[in-house]
Design a protein around this ligand. Structure first.
Ligand code: DAT
Ligand code: MG
Length: 167
C-alpha cells in the first residue's frame, strides 16, 4: 500500500549533527522524499502535534523539547516520505519510543537517550498509523509543499491569490 509518513528530526538530532546519518539510514528504506523543510516550532504547533498526549505528566516537557528549548535551537527538520508501506518501514527503522528499549541498531537505539529529568530524547518522530500520518502531514505541510498528493486538495482564493488547500 502506498503511504506517506511524517518524519521530524528533533532538536537533539540537529544539535548532535545527526541529520546526515539519519537521512542515510532513511535512504535504506528506498522510499521517496515528498517534502522537506526546516520549521521553527510554535507552542501551538507543538500542542497540536502532541494533542493526544495532553493529559500525560510529561506533556509540558515534551512541548519544550520539540520546540528546542532544551537544545538552544528552535527548529526541527520536517519531511514527508512516500512509498510502499512507508509508515511501518520508517517506524521500524526509528525503533521503540523509549530509546533505552529501542533496538540498538535503530535510529533511536543508536542516538537516543533519557535525560536525568526523564525526557525521552529520541532524535526522530515518525507517524505511527495512516490516520496519524494524514493528520500530522496536514498539520505540518501545505499541499503545495508536497510533491505527491495522496490526500484530496481543493483550489481556494485568498486575497485574490489562488492556491491549493486541504479539501
Ligand atoms: P512515538 O514518538 O514513538 O510515536 P508516542 O506518540 O507515544 O511515541 O509519544 C510521543 C513522544 O512523547 C515520544 O517520542 C517521546 C515522548 N514520550 C512518550 N512516552 C514517554 C514517557 N513515558 N516518558 C517521557 N516521554 C515520553
Ligand atoms: Mg506517536
Amino acid at each position: 500500500m502506498v503511504q506517506q509518513t511524517l518524519i521530524l528530526i528533533k532538536p537533539d538530532g540537529l544539535k548532535k549533527s545527526l541529520t546526515g546519518n539519519i537521512l542515510s539510514r532513511l535512504s535504506e528504506t528506498k522510499l521517496e522524499i515528498a517534502a522537506a523543510k526546516v520549521v521553527k516550532v510554535s507552542r501551538k504547533l507543538a500542542e497540536e502535534h502532541y494533542s493526544e498526549l495532553k493529559d500525560k505528566p510529561f506533556f509540558e516537557d515534551l512541548l519544550k523539547y520539540i520546540q528546542g528549548e532544551f537544545h538552544g535551537r528552535r527548529k526541527v527538520i520536517a519531511m514527508v516520505y512516500h512509498g510502499e508501506d512507508a509508515i511501518k518501514k520508517v517506524r521500524q527503522l526509528a525503533g521503540a519510543t523509549n530509546p533505552e528499549e529501542a533496538d540498538p541498531t535503530s535510529i533511536r537505539g543508536s542516538y537516543g537517550r533519557i535525560t536525568t529529568s526523564g525526557v525521552y530524547e529520541n532524535a526522530i518522530h515518525a507517524s505511527s498509523s495512516e490516520k496519524d500520518a494524514e493528520r500530522e502531514i496536514k498539520l505540518w505541510f501545505k499541499p503545495e509543499e508536497i510533491i505527491f498528493h495522496i490526500y484530496p486538495v481543493k483550489e481556494v482564493t485568498r486575497h485574490n491569490v489562488k492556491e491549493l488547500d486541504w479539501e
